[in-house]
Ligand binder design. Structure first.
Ligand SMILES: [Zn+2]
Length: 109
């Protein structure tokens, strides 16, 4: 199980390119939960304990959302095209398919 997970993480990292840091958790229903973080970008996250705002790596993970391989890779692909247009990564080859999936999700409401 652990080997499969790390093999999947390596494969996803290879697709996502040099800026990515891929981690995979196992969800409550035994599904793989993909989290692709950006090595360059941070987002503000308020820490409840201290009341201060911390900077955390930008990540594809969305609580309660679908964080399967495709959903995470789609979010990462959009992040790369928006924030790092000069970066090259294998996943960018699927940008058109990712946009198509985004439209389909929106159509479903
Ligand atoms: Zn970034």
């Amino acid at each position: 199980m652990a080997t499969t997970r790390s093999a999947r993480a390596r494969k996803a990292a290879a697709e996502a390119g040099a800026l990515s840091a891929v981690t995979i958790d196992v969800g409550a229903d035994d599904s793989f939960v993909y989290r692709i973080a950006c090595a360059q970008c941070t987002t503000a996250a308020s820490a409840r304990a201290t009341g201060r705002t911390e900077r955390r790596p930008w990540s594809t993970y969305r609580p309660g959302a679908d964080n399967g391989y495709l959903a995470a890779m789609d979010r990462w692909t959009f992040h790369l095209t928006e924030r790092h247009p000069d970066e090259d990564a294998p996943c960018l080859a699927y940008l058109e398919a990712a946009q198509q999936r985004l439209h389909e999700r929106r159509d479903q409401g």
